[in-house]
Design a protein. Structure first.
Length: 365
């Protein structure tokens, strides 16, 4: 294992992101060898360029790197490099994995059995209740809950895991010494005591808006799947979904009220193929082949799951809730013809998941 100081230095190089750093490592083998290389050797690396080659060869900020290492320890954190045995395997597999992680708390091998839960920063009462129940139950099954410690669904999901004394991981869009939002400092400490708080950003990094899309790739990479609970069409949670799709992860979405802005994004995910879920047991059922090693046998009892649905059936089901809705409103929302919508609704009735009330109004069972 290489000296973490060299990994930290690699993380301090201007214009050397994870992808370029990986390319340098593939050529030179270790961070030490990268810094020992001559400008001519560095120039020969594909797409490095003159400026990057000079910034590596002329790097002189070793005092700053050493201070960073010392201050990390003073903040009750540590640096885990890409070649460290505790570096998460799922994260290591993505091409732009961070060269280092700043960690408060501990990362464990069983954290590979993790689920990310993301969603609105301003959830409704429905979103709050759902996030609490799903995170709490998934944690009780032994899964690690991963999120971003933001206001709303993120914080609720971390708390749901903490209620069961389960493990949870928060991925920050700021330095490990900059709790964000500030009111979640206490939550951050609680997470670190029973899981881990991690960041790829150097100490003192402010929570700039461009950091959050970048950190979302880490949230998805740490997880077997991503659960979205209440997300608008422009929600940052959908960035996490995009990363998860690129990484081959499962996408789960909780359907919401079609009149709510907070549900537009989640309902669209369902229309586009995300797995509609209403309970933690449905997630467990979907992931069971991957997680059966950590689940106790008595916890493998599942609720009845929804039947297989066509895309049209998913779209219609996603726009319904417990309150009966008139067929005209359903047609407006789904943009289906009247005949098609009625035909699909009949199929859903026959499958036992939709009920028709008087006046051509429909609701979920």
């Amino acid at each position: 294992m290489s000296d973490p100081i060299y990994w930290l230095a690699l993380n301090f190089l201007p214009d050397i992101g994870p992808l370029i750093a990986r390319r340098l490592l593939s050529v030179f083998g270790s961070p030490e060898n990268i810094f020992r290389a001559s400008i001519n050797e560095l120039r020969r690396v594909e797409n490095i360029g003159e400026n990057r080659a000079k910034s590596v060869a002329n790097f002189k900020r070793w005092d700053k790197v050493q201070a960073e290492a010392e201050n990390t320890l003073k903040n009750n954190a540590r640096v885990i490099a890409l070649d460290d045995k505790t570096y998460p395997e799922g994260l290591k597999r993505i091409p732009d994995a961070p060269m280092v992680l700043y960690v408060k708390g501990d990362l464990k091998d069983d954290d590979k059995y993790a689920i990310a839960i993301v969603g609105s920063r301003t959830p409704t009462a429905y979103g709050i209740k759902t996030a609490d129940e799903i995170s709490h139950k998934l944690s009780s099954y032994g899964l690690t809950i991963v999120s971003g410690m933001a206001r709303g669904i993120d914080a609720i999901s971390h708390k749901g895991a903490l209620k069961t004394k389960g493990r949870t991981i928060a991925v920050l869009g700021s330095g490990i010494d900059v709790p964000y939002p500030p009111e979640n400092k206490g939550l951050m400490n609680a997470i670190a005591s029973s899981g881990a708080v991690i960041s790829e950003f150097p100490l003192g990094t402010k929570p700039n808006k461009e950091n959050f899309p970048r950190r979302n790739r880490i949230i998805s990479a740490l997880s077997l799947g991503v659960v979205v609970i209440e997300a608008a069409v422009d929600s940052g949670s959908l960035i996490t979904v995009n990363y998860a799709l690129e990484q081959g992860k499962e996408i789960f979405a909780v359907p919401g009220n079609i009149t709510s802005r907070n549900s537009k994004g989640t309902n669209n995910l369902i229309k586009n193929g995300a797995k509609l879920i209403e309970s933690s047991e449905e997630i467990i059922d979907e992931l069971r082949p991957q997680i059966k090693g950590i689940l106790k046998e008595q916890k493998l009892v599942s609720k009845k799951t929804l039947p297989e649905m066509t895309d049209d059936e998913k779209a219609l089901y996603g726009c319904l809730d417990n309150e009966p809705k008139h067929i005209d409103a359903i047609i407006r929302e789904t943009k289906m013809s009247s005949n098609r919508a009625l035909s699909v609704l009949l199929n859903l009735e026959l499958k036992g998941v939709v009920t028709q009330a008087d006046g051509k109004r429909f609701s979920v069972n």
